[in-house]
Design a protein around this ligand. Sequence first.
Ligand SMILES: [Zn+2]
Length: 200
Amino acid sequence: MTAMASSRVLILNRSYQPVQVARVQRAFGLLYSGAAQALDENFQAFDFKSWSELSARAHDDTISTSQLVLRVPRILVLQTYDKLPRTRVRFSRQNIYLRDNFTCQYCAKRFVRQKLNLDHVVPRSQGGRTTWENVVCSCVRCNLTKGGRTPQQANMKLLKKPKRPSWHSLMPILGQVPYKEWLPFIDPVAASYWNTELES
Ligand SMILES: [Zn+2]
């Protein structure tokens, strides 16, 4: 009846957008202090007191204090804005490949890692910077064709405008979604389903 060491709690901001993944102890700190509420499997919100009154029986992930057995929540929602900083994605080769889904951003074909390069959209020789907004995944062939030119100069078209990814947009690709309860908030399709304004 103890929390699995690997248990993680997804932290959402007040707009139900993921901002962090926390360890159990940290999550209970937020819940206990009132900074956050816990969501159950029906996405109903509970404060610490009402959460502690939920039965922990028949639940496989719990923690025990001297007086209580508590369910480990899968999701918390912050009650105030900007309590936690958003987790940032490291600007790395691997994460650029992941963002671009191992797809050449010029010919739109998927390649194995070894056949891919990083391309500066605006070449460094023309003042292009090494940033999320100016570096894309490119196959060796397109990279050579483009050379030291901008896409416009080389008459090549980018698949999409590169931008900084959010860490949770990379999670499904990385296979790091340990609980099904997280999916509505992380999976881009499901997230847009939940967040799109409905027509009356
Ligand atoms: Zn290509």
